[in-house]
Design a protein. Sequence first.
Length: 337
Amino acid sequence: MVEVAPRADSLPARWRYALATTNPPAGEVDAVTRWLVLTRAGVLPMTLVAAGQAGLLAAFRDADVAWGWFALAAVGLVLAHCANNLMNDLFDLDVGNDTADYPRNLYAPHPVLSGMITRRGLASAALVVNVACLTIMLALVVARGWPVAAFAVGGFALSAAYTAPPLRLKKRGLGEPTVLAVWGPLMVGGTYYAATGTVPGAVVIASLPYALLCTTVLMGKHIDKERWDAPAGTNTLPVVLGERRARVATQAMFVGFYLLVAALAVARVLPWATLVVVLSLPRLRTVWRAFSEAKPSSSPVPNPVWPLWFAPHAFLLTRRAGGLLVLGLVVGALVGW
């Protein structure tokens, strides 16, 4: 069952709907709502959590934190995620992957195919946001040194290569490992370095549980798109594994998140308080059931992002468990446990 977009009479209501569904509400689209849809801002909280992890880990470890540089790095991460989403739509359109009947244009309006913006306008928006990212990177390099550039350029290269020729990592089954690397060591490690001038190995390891959760969202999305991707030769990891094995692999990633948090808490790499993530187990039970069965032929519930089914389930777990992880890190930063 696809949910028909409701009308939203106030601007805040329009923005909330766009953030919740990555779709615009019915009626006229204002500039802010358009930008939220173009950048798929509904998934930006995953990046905010990664940035927050870095700052809270630094506080938990009693590191000498320059909070101004931390804040600038966090802004840079969010802008980089926006740029990545814009570039993905641009490159997928240019290589012929995104079409009118492809899921990208079904679960939310494709920026160009929907007429929301021209191809030139999309390219210009991506350029402007990337220039802003570059400016922030240069400021942080001056303040903290060349390792900032290594983190930033590494993240940009992987993000661009995700869809852009010649590598097109998504097409080669390497998109999912890319998300693990970017949302873990690169985002958290890079922000931690910008904030403190160091990046201990323990911080890189501590970044992995949440990065694993972020990877489940992409796994779910690619499982949803498997029947379109396989005939087109887009060999995402779910295409390589097949739907059933991909669902099992994603369930293993869910379990891996909880086991990693527990192990790292015991090792004192994470605070004991991060064990609060167990409060998300009721959500895991619902998501687990969804991943235990094949995708339904139509959505049994109102679903504004259909034909996505597994991806929103994984996202809801990531939001719940990620929020609890941040809560545990806050407690650890404040009281040390």
